[in-house]
Design a binder for this molecule. Structure first.
Ligand SMILES: [Zn+2]
Ligand SMILES: [Zn+2]
Length: 55
């Protein structure tokens, strides 16, 4: 299964420096962030609870 960055939708399967985290709002959704989005603090939004943020 391919993994995609939650912010920019880039495929990150073979990229290093990506981060996964559970939604701080609801804990049901896993976000994946590529190194570029982490470096630029690109925002993400949870489709379950609406939480958004760079952290
Ligand atoms: Zn990204
Ligand atoms: Zn959530």
């Amino acid at each position: 299964m391919a993994d995609f960055c939650s912010s920019c939708k880039k495929q990150i399967t073979n990229l290093k420096g990506t981060a996964r985290l559970s939604c701080p709002g609801c804990g049901k959704v896993d976000f994946i962030r590529c190194m570029g989005c982490r470096a630029n603090a690109v925002r993400y939004v949870c489709h379950e609870c609406g939480f958004s943020g760079p952290n």
